[in-house]
Design a protein around this ligand. Structure first.
Ligand code: BTN
Length: 254
């Protein structure tokens, strides 16, 4: 990465032609990886998405990146890393497109998903061994390579005619923004710099959606993102306002 201007995020870089999943690799090799190290793969054969979904990363048409963090972050603050990553992606992508965030982890362009974030943790007993931040960006994926069931929901930067992305520049920009937010987050616990971006660029805030978990589907008005990174919603059936965390939920318009 020629254009990298960070102190430790993105150092070193491991570049692989083909992998099952950069996140799985990072988790399996965590002891050999250092804080800030990144794994990039040209192609993933078994990319993972949130909620156990698959993530398609065709050769050369997308960016598959995993970033390893080894700081000791309290368990309840880990969801904030998804928000920090999403805000960093918004800033990195603003050279090409004005993207939005569908809480917690979807990056949206013209109402369709172009990128996603998957944060995973590795514990031994109660102590945190490391955190793996996985990022998948559909830069040049052709519409015809998007799985049929996702055709109406997913797209790529190229398909949306946002111009030709330079992957080196995009990744370098992302890592720089991530480092800035992350250093402020660790040092002085500052979360507003990235949470304010997540609120401003939110797809959900101010609208009504269905909140779906394993058992039920409830309509809610989406209010804001609170300082812990949770989504503040008012359920229509009870008229109660609650904070929801990302864990097992999916949020849909219909
Ligand atoms: C989602 O939107 O559900 C999250 C998608 C995350 C995909 C990235 S690609 C790099 C890293 N390795 C994986 O297997 N998944 C993440």
């Amino acid at each position: 990465l020629k254009q990298l201007e960070t102190d430790f995020i993105g150092k070193p870089v491991q570049l692989h032609a083909r992998m099952d999943s950069t996140n799985s690799y990072a988790k399996e090799n965590l002891t050999d990886l250092i804080n800030g190290e990144i794994i990039l793969a040209h192609e993933q054969t078994a990319g993972k998405g949130r909620l156990g979904r698959n993530w398609t990363s065709p050769a050369g048409a997308s960016i598959s990146l995993s970033l390893v963090l080894k700081s000791d972050i309290p368990f309840e603050r880990i969801p904030l890393l998804t928000q920090l990553t999403a805000a960093s992606l918004v800033k990195a992508l603003d050279a090409w497109a004005d993207v939005q965030i569908k809480w917690p982890n979807d990056i949206i362009l013209n109402n369709k998903k172009i990128a996603g974030v998957l944060v995973e943790t590795e514990f031994s007993g109660r102590s945190l061994n490391g955190i793996v931040i996985g990022i998948g960006i559909n830069t040049n994926v052709d519409q015809m390579d998007i799985p049929e069931d996702l055709q109406s929901k997913a797209t790529s930067i190229r398909e949306e005619k946002a111009g030709e992305t330079d992957p080196n520049k995009l990744v370098a920009r992302f890592l720089k923004h991530f480092e800035n937010f992350y250093v402020a987050f660790l040092g002085s616990q500052h979360t507003e710099p990235f949470l304010s971006i997540c609120r401003e660029q939110s797809v959900l805030i101010g609208k009504d959606y269905w909140i779906i978990d394993k058992e039920q589907k409830r309509k809610a008005s989406i209010r804001t993102i609170d300082p812990t990174g949770g989504l503040v919603v008012t359920y229509h059936d009870t008229n109660k306002t609650e904070v929801i965390t990302s864990s097992d939920l999916s949020i849909r318009g219909e």
